[in-house]
Every structure is written in structure tokens, then in C-alpha cells.
Design a protein around this ligand. Structure first.
Ligand code: AMP
Ligand code: MG
Length: 492
């Protein structure tokens, strides 16, 4: 049966200067590494029709499904604070959009599909490593309840890509609420193309912020909506120890989804200054800097919208400042509430927050694993028999011992019994995250031994992250000293 995609391509109906039309470049020997069948179903696709050679050909870009209108999107962006007026989809092609079973419009994009007019010096291709990494991490983020782009398929190309070495090539099929970025607006603003900025803003409002259309100032309401989503997103990142790694404005999605998994990583030992990205020498995108950077990115978006926000520049700046003014407070409130949930307290007493801060400080000082500490705290909340495994996570277990009594006292004052409290905490503190050393092991097995079993095992473990079960135990453990991954790479 032929694979049918119910395409309805709204972006391709925007004026030609928004993108370049071109087909993906076919690859030598497409082989399907994985198809995300539940996601395919959600999108109204037939997984059975995509599971074989036809799926491999489509997800490699060798065959275009009927109704696809392949385009590479134009965008600009601030990379590490420096403005680049033209970036664009240099290694990605949007096949088109479908409206999914729940009525949500979603982009289907091939990443690693060959050169485009935006490729600059690049080859337009992707290696196995970054493709498997993005597949694993994006799907784990979805399972953790974090807004994110998704991975529909991964295909081996049967070709090599040349980085520091010759590496096997792959294509990822990414699904996104849209690929609109802060950098999409910057592209037109930098060209003084006010009409395009307005068209793009109207498009974004229709797609992501339809209520804004009827607001007194629709563009202000839009900006507020983007800011709200970024505040919520970054708060969620911090609560699971996620570091995006390249929060450039071109990697900041208007939809509020996490996008562009490059040198991203979950931290093992808690360290607010943690940076993994090999290209982030100054720690601009360190764990604890992420809220500040999100706010900086929003200010860049606001700049592009100034002509739409008010009649005069002075008035527009005031509107923009008011629209973004409560970002920090909003983020802080969400972040505090999240941290309190993690330790099982409601925050009705001002000392609750001090308890969280004290715990985090002790974790940082004694190298405690972020994910495991909070997970084992759930058992400790059920009763002191949970203490032994928890205190062992601190290099100096006394750091936990001297903290726990005050926490226990506050816990006892909460409504509900210890079992309910532990259960609620287990629903917010994941048992398993895709740890860097596990991802590296998966990639090594796939690249060096053509063995995808570890990839499947890690996907299965992280698909139900809040549920402890015997088969995920190996994935719950932090790396041994010799397994630690100190740097992650963009893979471009
Ligand atoms: P990223 O680091 O993935 O956010 O990409 C930044 C910019 O570099 C985007 O414009 C990408 O399209 C482009 N780019 C990254 N890798 C490649 C590649 N292999 N070939 C062409 N362009 C690339
Ligand atoms: Mg990018």
C-alpha cells in the first residue's frame, strides 16, 4: 500500500522570499534505522506502509510522498551573541505540514537531506551520532512531559560524511509544531523588510497564538505568548537537569518547543555552572544561565517587532519592555514551584524554599547526582529506610544527614500520608534520563558494530521515565569515573 501523507502546506504559500524550493538530494542506499510508529499514527500516517523500503526511501529523501512541497526555510540568528544575517536550513528540508489527529498543525522535516542555498560551507548532511542523539533526547523529553520537537524516523544513507573522520551518514525526520524561530523574524528585520515581518507575525499568530488576533494589540499579545512559553520551557529544563547547549536565537522556537538538539546534555552531578558543548568556551549557555539567555533571545524578537508594536519607536520600546517585563518573575515562580514539588513540599512556609536551596547547595558541594538524588528522595519521603541509598550519593553523607531532619519536619506538616507524598514525588522526579555516557555507548555500538540493540534499549528505558522497573536499572546509574563524557559536539 502506498504511504499517504495528508499534507496541507501553509508555509509554502507564503511569498517566495521566505524559503527556497528544492528537493532533497537522494542518497545511495537508504536503510530504515527506526520508525516511530505511535507518532506516525498520531500524524495520521500508516506505520505499516512506512515500515519497509518505501518508508526508507521517503525518510531518506529519495522519494517524495504525494503532496510534499519541499522547501528550505530562510532565517538568521545570533550565534553566541554575534548576529549572522543569513543562516537558514542548510541541511534540512521541510517536506510539508500535516494536521494531526488532535487537530494540531505539524511540520515534517528531513534533517541531513543534502545541500541547500543556505548551506554555506556545509555538506548538508548529518552523521549517525547526532541523528541518534537527537532521536533519543527528543523522544525522552517528550516522555518527560517537556515541549519538544519529535523524531519520526531515522534512516542510514549508506554514504559517508566527512567530519574529523569518515562517518556513516543518516537522515532524521523531525516533527515540529513549526520551525518558526526568533531568527526567522531577525532575517527579515535585518533586511528592513517590514512587510515580511508583519506577514510572518500574522502567520505565527494564526498558528501559535490565535487568541492574540483579537487582542487590543495583537503583536504585543503574541510577544507575551512567546515569552510565557519560553519561561515555562526553561523552568522545565532546569527541573530535569537539561542543558540545551546552543541557545542561539535561531535555535529558539516561537512555538515554545525545545528545538535543535546539538551538543545538549543532561547533567549527572549537580553543577549550576555545567557546560558540555565543545563550542561554548565562555559558558554562555551553562545550565543556570539558560533563563537569562531565553530572556535575551526574547529581547531580540521584540526588536524585530518594534514597528508593529506602536506608532513611534519610543512607544514601541515601552510596549516591548512591558510585554517582557514579567519574564523573570514568571520564570522564578515556575522554577520555585517545580523545585518545591521535587522535594514534596507545597511552599506554604517561607523556609521551604530555603530547604530546596540548601539541598542544592549541598549537592553541588558534594558532587551528588541530580536525577538520582531527587529520585531517592522519593523513597526517603516514604520513610527513613530510604536514607541509606540517598546519603550515599553525597561525597560527604553528613551533608545529607544534617539537612534531612528539617525537611522531614516540614514533610510531616503536609497533608496526606507518606506513601501518597512519595508517589506524587515519583511523578515529578524521573528515575531515568538519557545520560550522556549511555548515549555515547549507543552511538559507538551503532557506528562501530552496526548494533542498534543498545539504541533500542535506551529508547525503551527513557520512554517511561517515571516508572522504575528492573530492566531500566542499568540506565539509572551515573557514569563511572572512566565513563564520564566531558564534552558534547554539534556534529555539524
Ligand atoms: P545548528 O548548529 O544546527 O543550529 O545550525 C546552525 C546553522 O548551520 C544552520 O543554518 C544550519 O542549517 C547550518 N548547518 C549546520 N550543519 C550543516 C551542514 N552539515 N551543512 C550545511 N549547513 C549546516
Ligand atoms: Mg539550528
Amino acid at each position: 500500500m502506498a504511504a499517504r501523507f495528508p499534507f496541507d502546506n501553509s508555509y509554502a504559500r507564503l511569498p517566495p522570499r521566505f524559503f527556497a524550493r528544492l528537493d532533497p538530494t537522494p542518497v545511495a542506499d537508504p536503510r530504515l534505522l527506526r520508525l516511530n510508529a505511535p507518532l506516525a499514527e498520531q500524524l495520521g500516517l500508516d506505520p505499516a506502509a512506512l515500515a519497509g523500503a518505501e518508508g526508507a526511501a521517503i525518510f531518506a529523501g529519495n522519494r517524495l510522498p504525494e503532496g510534499a512541497e519541499p522547501i528550505a526555510l530562510a532565517y538568521a540568528g545570533h550565534q553566541f551573541g554575534h548576529f549572522v544575517p543569513q543562516l537558514g536550513d542548510g541541511r534540512a528540508i521541510l517536506l510539508g505540514e500535516v494536521v494531526d489527529r488532535e487537530g494540531r498543525r505539524r511540520d515534517i522535516q528531513l534533517k541531513g537531506s543534502g545541500r541547500t542555498p543556505f548551506s554555506r560551507g556545509g555538506d548538508g548532511r548529518a552523521a549517525f551520532g547526532p541523528v541518534l542523539r537527537e532521536y533519543i533526547v527528543s523522544e525522552a523529553m517528550a516522555a518527560l512531559g517537556v515541549p519538544t520537537t519529535r523524531s519520526l524516523a531515522a534512516v542510514a544513507t549508506g554514504e559517508h560524511v566527512f567530519r574529523e573522520a569518515a562517518l556513516p551518514g543518516a537522515v532524521l525526520t523531525r516533527v515540529a509544531a513549526s520551525h518558526l524561530r526568533v531568527g526567522s523574524f531577525q532575517y527579515f528585520a535585518a533586511r528592513g523588510d517590514a512587510e515580511a515581518v508583519r506577514l510572518l507575525a500574522d502567520y505565527a499568530i494564526a498558528r501559535h497564538e490565535p487568541e492574540a488576533a483579537s487582542a487590543a494589540n495583537p503583536y504585543r499579545a503574541f510577544l507575551e505568548g512567546v515569552a510565557r512559553r519560553q519561561a515555562a520551557l526553561v523552568a522545565q529544563w532546569l527541573q530535569i537537569g537539561f542543558i540545551h547547549g546552543v541557545m542561539n536565537t535561531d535555535n529558539c522556537a516561537i512555538s515554545g518547543e525545545t528545538i535543535d538538539y546539538g551538543p545538549c546534555a543532561f547533567m549527572d552531578a549537580y553543577d549550576p555552572k555545567a557546560v558540555f558543548s565543545s563550542i561554548d568556551s565562555f559558558g554562555r549557555y551553562a545550565y543556570a544561565n539558560q533563563p537569562r539567555i531565553a530572556q535575551w533571545n526574547l529581547a531580540r524578537l521584540a526588536e524585530t517587532l518594534l514597528p508593529l508594536l506602536a506608532e513611534t519607536e519610543e512607544a514601541a520600546v515601552e510596549v516591548a519592555q512591558a510585554a517582557l517585563g514579567d519574564f523573570a518573575t514568571r520564570f522564578e515562580a515556575l522554577h520555585r514551584a517545580g523545585l518545591l514539588r521535587k522535594i514534596g513540599l507545597a511552599g506554604d512556609d517561607p523556609t521551604d524554599l530555603e530547604l530546596v536551596q540548601a539541598l542544592l547547595q549541598r549537592m553541588a558541594e558534594t558532587g551528588a547526582d541530580f536525577t538520582l538524588t531527587f529520585r531517592r528522595l522519593c523513597n526517603a519521603a516514604a520513610g527513613p529506610e530510604g536514607d541509606a541509598a540517598l546519603r550515599a550519593l553525597f561525597r560527604d553523607p553528613a551533608a545529607y544527614d544534617s539537612w534531612a531532619p528539617a525537611w522531614r519536619e516540614r514533610l510531616a506538616a503536609q497533608p496526606g500520608g507518606p506513601r501518597d507524598r512519595a508517589a506524587a514525588m515519583r511523578a515529578t522526579n524521573p528515575a531515568v534520563i538519557p545520560r550522556n555516557h549511555q548515549i555515547e555507548a549507543v552511538i559507538t555500538a551503532a557506528v562501530e558494530r552496526d548494533d542498534l540493540a543498545p539504541f533500542e534499549a535506551l529508547l525503551a528505558a527513557t520512554a517511561r521515565p517515571f516508572e522504575e522497573r528492573p530492566e531500566i536499572e542499568p540506565f539509572m546509574l551515573p557514569p563511572r569515573e572512566e565513563e564520564r563524557v566531558l564534552q558534547t559536539f554539534c556534529g555539524t
